[in-house]
Write a new protein. Structure first.
Length: 316
């Protein structure tokens, strides 16, 4: 009986501990945090939710975090309107960043409310981000302040992390799924076509990926297929040096090795204006997430993205 009582006590302590983790941050916020708004100031509260990759203006509490679907925030403001922005996290550490409104990265911890004041001085759609990788839905975690009369330009990428893998896929099909599953398109554009703006980035927009074949001197469909086939058979491209399957194989191999290392290790985004804000979109290091086989699948997929008009020998 004594052992049974101790077991029940341990279970009770565990349950109390779990409830404390879920509830105490919200109690802290209610008891300790105080808004500092003036009478003429608008108050906007954004709460970060890692599970679905959103910032929301809806109230998030311990009791509804798992039970409710929250709407992503798209705050609409007026030019010259002073705003007290209150930032909260419902789960893990996040980083809030809105470079175009001069808001520097702000670390947002569970149970702590961060407050800052800003005043938009021109109309526009101003992107904000979470810049700390906070979970599978991280790359969805963007939004916009809409300063009227501007309208939103935001395109929600949806719940990409739920994409089901294809059955018995080819290497290219697997690469296409990985490109979606890990939200590569959120920075590089659908189909790798690029065009995604990156504030104060030296190139203006995140580089497109649909010219990789020609950048590797793979100008003919059969040459692209030869490299993809080698990767599909898991033949290390370095082993083909003595009997190269395509012309200019040294260029092909150098490009392949450079892209593979970039995916593994990531790369920072260079500033256009050295005194300006840090570009919010950077290439993360995927080496701890993707295997070498995954990376080869992505490269195989990217090699097939070249627009047909750029590939020689595809027209009559």
């Amino acid at each position: 009986m004594k052992a049974l009582g101790m077991e029940r006590a341990a279970v009770g302590i565990t349950i109390v501990g779990i409830l404390a983790v879920l509830i105490l941050p919200f109690l802290y916020e209610s008891w300790v945090s105080r808004p500092a708004a003036r009478a003429d100031m608008r108050v906007i509260t954004l709460t970060a939710i890692a599970e679905t990759g959103i910032w929301t203006t809806e109230e998030v509490r311990g009791g509804n975090y798992f039970a409710k679907t929250f709407a992503p925030a798209r705050p609409e403001l007026e030019v010259g309107e002073s705003v007290l922005l209150r930032l909260k996290s419902a789960d893990v550490i996040h980083d809030f960043y809105c470079p175009d409104l001069g808001i520097e990265p702000v670390e947002v911890y569970p149970g702590v409310v961060e407050e800052l004041v800003f005043t938009p001085d021109a109309p526009g759609a101003f992107d904000f981000y979470c810049t700390t990788v906070c979970g599978q839905a991280h790359f969805r975690m963007r939004g916009q302040f809409i300063v009227r009369p501007a309208t939103s330009t935001f395109e929600d990428p949806g719940e990409y992390w739920l994409a089901e893998p294809p059955e018995d896929p080819s290497l290219v099909e697997r690469g296409e799924w990985l490109f979606k599953r890990h939200a590569c398109f959120s920075c590089h554009g659908e189909g790798g076509h690029g065009g995604v703006r990156n504030a104060n980035y030296v190139k203006g927009t995140v580089p497109a990926l649909d010219s990789m074949a020609s950048e590797a001197s793979l100008y003919y469909p059969e040459d692209i297929e030869a490299i993809v086939s080698a990767l599909e058979k898991e033949i290390p491209l370095e082993d083909l040096w003595d009997d190269p399957p395509v012309p200019l194989f040294n260029v092909v191999l150098a490009k392949y090795q450079a892209v593979r290392e970039l995916i593994r290790s990531g790369v920072p985004a260079g500033k256009l204006d050295q005194e300006g804000p840090i570009p919010p979109l950077v290439m993360p290091a995927w080496g701890q997430v993707l295997s070498d086989s995954d990376i080869d699948a992505l490269i195989a997929y990217l090699l097939t993205l070249e627009p047909q008009e750029h590939v020689a020998g595809t027209s009559g």
